[in-house]
Design a protein around this ligand. Structure first.
Ligand SMILES: Cc1cc2nc3c(=O)[nH]c(=O)nc-3n(C[C@H](O)[C@H](O)[C@H](O)COP(=O)(O)OP(=O)(O)OC[C@H]3O[C@@H](n4cnc5c(N)ncnc54)[C@H](O)[C@@H]3O)c2cc1C
Length: 509
């Protein structure tokens, strides 16, 4: 008998077979919730040799270096990652205080602790503070643009450029160039936050759809992966199959399983192994779907879903993490800003990638817990320059970064870093970028369409379900959005079987 049909057996006598593709936080969260609700015929198929996906904590020294997600964004009661981290006691005491949870950041950029210019000078703190304040207020305005009066072709970059251009006229020539360079750096930083090449790609009308939670961002002393490991520990050991790359999800079919039962879905792996199932939850990244959607599902996705995959944006943000024998920054310094003189957000500059890719780096974050991991600076770089950086050798990146720091600190003798980590999220074939954003031309509905299961109705509904950060309308691009999307799809299945079980019980009365 085909499983998943209206007449299927209740859970207790015939557990539905559920496959989850991907062991990132969304896949693990879906598995954990389903297992907790009695789903015992459950497998997670993961292409890589590790779980966690874009949560990737590399053990180093006596601590961890985060190659993927780093901060709990908005650690407060509304953030499920934070709530779980509290439950499992995974945070430092200061991250658990009420004061921390109440801080309202509202997208305001923290002021960089020290700002160097490309001519090796320290830029006045007052100037940096003024420009950062102005920029943050415009950014806040861009988040509250009314959708009703908004031109659908407008971008956040365009909105900010207009604001800058309108102020530029009043600036005297003495520090006009420095102000423009400061704005350019802040826009480059915004590209890292949004995971895009240019803020001109990010839709203005929907910028406010992303919901920012209160709370001062915090990190996991035992690595972000400690939360994945906690959730994973509730599953039997043989639930997650690593190095199991899914090639095609065949749905709307009739496939015989090894138990001789018939199933509507068959998942075919790259190594030739097949798995039959009643339901598959696809949690692969939007980057992977953009690349592979046409062959990943058979029959192909309905046109509205294929279009939504194209419409929603997905870009690259990478980290370059440098370890120094001794810090050249002050003990209380948490961030270092780089300001490229001569750059302007109002000029479209043609880049010579080989020499100019570093110009996209807005600065550094000083990594916490140096007593465990050494003296580390982490820089971020987004967009085409970031993807170009991935093509360079480690030696090339390291020597460019050393030269960059020597130039900006004005110290040609600055010792070179002793170690470097850098990510290549665009070249990762099972991620193909970093995270999603709402691109110009997309609508919030596109995200909802991405999340819609297939088919939605009929005799065998919910064969293919979709989770992952890009399917969460207000928390896309984050770990909490990913987690909630996994729970959402698990609950969709749980609800379905509760309905069927109650129908069956009624018919027995
Ligand atoms: C550099 C960087 C910094 C970030 N910083 C933060 C941060 O500070 N805070 C925050 O909240 N978020 C941050 N994020 C975003 C966050 O990491 C992601 O939103 C979240 O981890 C995504 O989880 P997911 O389960 O949706 O996807 P993933 O973690 O990508 O999981 C999908 C899984 O599917 C697997 N897969 C793909 N294709 C196949 C296939 N064909 N067969 C089998 N398996 C497959 C992948 O290998 C992967 O393990 C950051 C991301 C990056 C890249």
């Amino acid at each position: 008998k085909a499983m998943g049909s209206e007449s299927r057996q209740p859970m207790a006598s015939q557990p539905p077979a559920v496959l989850i593709i991907g062991s990132g936080i969304s896949g693990i969260a879906a598995a954990q919730k389903l297992y907790a609700h009695g789903f015992r015929n459950l497998k997670v198929l993961e292409a890589k040799g590790r779980t966690g996906g874009r949560i990737w904590s590399q053990s180093y020294g006596k601590g961890f270096v985060e190659l993927g997600a780093q901060w709990i964004h908005g650690p407060s009661p509304g953030n499920p990652i934070y709530q779980l981290a509290l439950k499992y006691d995974l945070l430092d005491p200061e991250a658990m205080t009420m004061e921390n949870q109440k801080v309202k950041v509202d997208g305001h950029l923290p002021l960089f602790r020290i700002s160097y210019s490309s001519s090796g000078k320290i830029v006045s703190r007052e100037l940096v503070a003024n420009i950062t304040e102005l920029y943050s207020s415009w950014l806040e305005q861009s988040q509250s643009v009314s959708q009703k009066d908004c031109d659908p072709k407008a971008s956040v970059g365009g909105f900010l450029q207009q604001k800058i251009a309108s102020k530029e006229k009043d600036w005297d020539s003495a520090n006009k160039d420095m102000k423009l360079a400061l704005f350019k750096g802040l826009l480059d930083l915004e590209c890292c936050i949004s995971g895009t090449h240019s803020m001109n790609y990010v839709a203005l009308c929907l910028y406010g759809e992303y919901t920012m939670l209160p709370g001062l961002d915090c990190t996991f002393p035992g690595g972000f992966e400690s939360i994945v490991n906690q959730l994973k520990s509730s599953l039997p050991n043989d639930t997650i199959l690593l190095n199991k790359t899914v090639k095609t999800v065949h749905w709307n079919g009739t496939f015989q399983g090894s138990d001789s039962q018939m199933y509507p879905v068959q998942v075919q792996c790259e190594d030739g192994e097949t798995f039959e199932a009643d339901h598959v939850i696809v949690t692969v990244s939007l980057g992977f779907l953009k690349e592979k959607a046409s062959s990943f599902l058979s029959p192909a996705l309905p046109p509205n879903k294929a279009q939504a995959i194209q419409n929603v944006g997905f870009g690259t943000n990478n980290k370059i993490i440098l370890e120094f024998k001794e810090p050249f920054w002050d003990p209380d310094c948490k961030t270092i800003q780089l300001i490229w003189e001569g750059e302007s957000p109002l000029l479209e500059t043609k880049r010579n990638m080989k020499q100019d890719w570093v110009k996209k780096i807005p600065g550094f974050v000083v990594l916490e817990r140096p007593e465990r991991i050494g003296h580390m600076l982490c820089s971020f770089i987004a967009g085409d320059e970031s993807e170009y950086m991935e093509t360079l050798t480690d030696d090339e990146v390291l020597s460019s970064m050393t030269a960059l720091l020597r130039q900006f600190t004005g110290n040609p003798e600055l010792p070179a870093p002793i170690h470097m980590f850098r990510t290549k999220w665009h070249s990762e074939p099972y991620t193909h970028g970093s995270y999603s954003y709402i691109a110009v031309g997309a609508s919030g509905d596109d995200i909802d369409i991405l999340a819609q299961p297939l088919p939605n109705e009929g005799a065998k509904p919910l064969q293919v379900l979709f989770a992952g950060e890009a399917t969460h309308r207000s928390f896309y691009s984050t770990t909490h959005g990913a987690l909630l999307s996994g729970w959402r799809e698990a609950e969709r299945l749980i609800g379905r079987y509760q309905e069927l079980d109650s129908l069956l019980n009624k018919s027995k009365l």
